[in-house]
Design a protein around this ligand. Structure first.
Ligand SMILES: Nc1ncnc2c1ncn2[C@@H]1O[C@H](COP(=O)(O)OP(=O)(O)OP(=O)(O)O)[C@@H](O)[C@H]1O
Ligand SMILES: [Mg+2]
Length: 300
């Protein structure tokens, strides 16, 4: 549109110049106009066209700016998660109940009439093929989506009414896609609990099977955006350490051992019945060994 408009403006001024020459020529031949007059008119026309072109192009230059401002305005008007979520505090999580929950990201239903009841300290394994909706269930439990049908209740409070900061302090996840920030290893863990000293962080990392000497620079080792300079297993160990430090009531392990070596994977499996014994655990896995740690297995 911008190209059409700018070419249009050039076209119109060119046509106007041609018309001026043609009509001036006719008038001069008929003796109705002198060459001097023609010269004067053509100079005035030039003076007239230049600012007209400029005025027209200002609109073309301003238009993208207006569009960008509209988008920024729309973004600034969006409500934050905290403004649209409820404000009920759940307290220590005693039970989680999914009743007839259906949800889809678009028209396609991903979870259809899903039911699940988990009580305190229970270990539940969620099994199902790729794309069956296991991670989606974890996301629903963390309050990422509210447009589900049915009910998801924690301590008998509908999750839509719960304060998200309270919910997320009480439910932790070692996610399938681990988010790491560019910064030091220490920065990537300390944001969970700024009051912790370095010894406590090293202890949590070692519980997660990560030996700090693996990293040149120890806790000051630099991690690039999204942990591109780390192996999949190292990232998972950092995510596990975050979970250990966060110490939530409910721990979700979404394929949390898929990249770990046998030794570390066994360490995590042991932890589920030792350091996490007093925790409610939702274990999403394709590994039968990991699933066998659970009290209840739910296939979706
Ligand atoms: N953010 C999203 N937007 C649209 N569709 C999505 C989104 N996330 C997942 N899906 C779709 O929802 C379905 C369920 O995805 P989900 O990640 O819950 O599967 P999963 O059971 O965890 O699979 P996997 O075992 O591979 O991890 C898939 O068909 C996927 O394509
Ligand atoms: Mg998944």
């Amino acid at each position: 549109m911008m190209n059409i408009a700018s070419e249009g403006i050039v076209g119109i001024t060119n046509i106007a110049s041609v018309l001026l020459i043609v009509f001036s020529g006719i008038f001069i031949i008929k003796g109705k106009m002198s060459l001097g007059n023609y010269w004067a008119v053509s100079q005035y026309a030039l003076l007239f066209f230049a600012p007209m072109q400029l005025l027209a192009s200002i609109r073309i230059m301003v238009q993208p700016g207006i569009a960008a401002l509209t988008r920024i305005n729309e973004l600034l008007k969006l409500k934050t998660e905290d403004e649209i979520c409820g404000n009920r505090q759940v307290g220590k999580i005693e039970n989680i109940i999914f009743s007839d929950v259906s949800f889809g990201y678009s028209e396609k239903t991903v979870i259809d009439n899903f039911n699940m009841a988990i009580s305190r300290n229970e270990k539940v394994a969620l099994l199902g093929k790729n794309g069956s909706g296991k991670t989606t269930i974890a996301k629903l439990l963390l309050g990422f989506y509210k447009d589900y049908s049915g009910s998801i209740r924690i301590n008998d409070i509908e999750i839509k009414n719960v304060s998200l900061s309270d919910l997320r302090n009480r439910v932790g996840i070692v996610a399938q896609n681990i988010v790491l920030f560019s910064g030091t290893l220490l920065d990537n863990i300390r944001f969970i609990a700024p009051q912790l000293d370095e010894h406590e962080i090293i202890a949590a990392l070692s519980k997660a099977g990560l030996d700090i000497s693996e990293f040149a620079g120890g806790l000051q080792a630099v991690i690039s955006e999204n942990g591109k300079n780390l192996s999949g297993g190292q990232k998972q160990k950092i995510a596990l350490a975050r979970m250990i430090i966060k110490n939530p009531d409910v721990m979700i392990f979404d394929e949390a051992t898929s990249n770990l070596d046998i030794e570390t994977s066994n360490l995590v499996k042991q932890s589920i019945h030792t350091i996490f014994a007093e925790k409610t655990c939702i274990i999403i896995t394709h590994d039968p060994d990991m699933a066998s740690l659970a009290d209840t297995i739910i296939k979706i």
